[in-house]
Design a protein around this ligand. Structure first.
Ligand SMILES: Nc1nc2c(c(=O)[nH]1)N=C([C@H](O)[C@H](O)COP(=O)(O)OP(=O)(O)OP(=O)(O)O)CN2
Ligand SMILES: [Zn+2]
Length: 141
């Protein structure tokens, strides 16, 4: 688990939920600028996902923690990130993975009647490197 202090997303929602999850995957960055990362290699990616909203569902959930894990872990664990359709025309950098995770989650949140939003995705690729992705206001529901 990414047990540390996280950068925080500022907002005025009443409820904020955070989910830590991790998955193992391989990738390569086939760019001249990527140095040794042009070669296939693997990481255990550690993620922190922030969801916020003012309304809960009938169960009293903002969103089920389990759903977030299912969405992301099932999709990427023990896979080659470059093989996924979303990385057919772009490289699976930490930045673009964080953006993609946000898009996958927000797509599902939009179907929920209580309409929570994903405000932040942190992807840690190595013990010393991580990215924080936050949507623009106009990207939210
Ligand atoms: N802005 C980005 N820079 C780099 C990315 C990236 O996704 N976004 N990715 C890589 C490589 O994939 C690499 O796996 C991670 O790089 P790095 O943090 O440099 O890994 P090291 O273990 O070598 O880092 P130390 O400084 O030795 O801890 C490269 N750059
Ligand atoms: Zn890498």
């Amino acid at each position: 688990m990414m047990q540390q202090f996280y950068p925080t997303a500022t907002h005025n929602f009443q409820f904020e939920l955070n989910k830590d999850l991790h998955f193992s995957a391989a990738h390569f960055i086939p760019s001249e600028d990527a140095g040794k990362c042009r070669m296939m290699h693997g990481h255990t990616y550690h993620l922190n996902i922030t969801i916020a909203g003012n309304e809960l569902d009938a169960t009293g959930f903002l969103i089920d923690f389990k759903l977030l894990k299912e969405l992301i872990h099932k999709k990427y664990d023990h896979s080659v990130l470059n093989d996924h359709a979303e990385f057919a025309t772009k490289f699976p950098t930490t930045e673009l993975l964080a953006q993609q995770v946000w898009q996958s989650i927000q797509h599902v949140l939009k179907t929920k009647s209580n309409r929570p939003d994903c405000l932040q995705v942190i992807v840690r690729e190595t013990p010393t490197s991580y990215v924080v992705y936050r949507p623009r206001k106009e990207d939210l529901s």
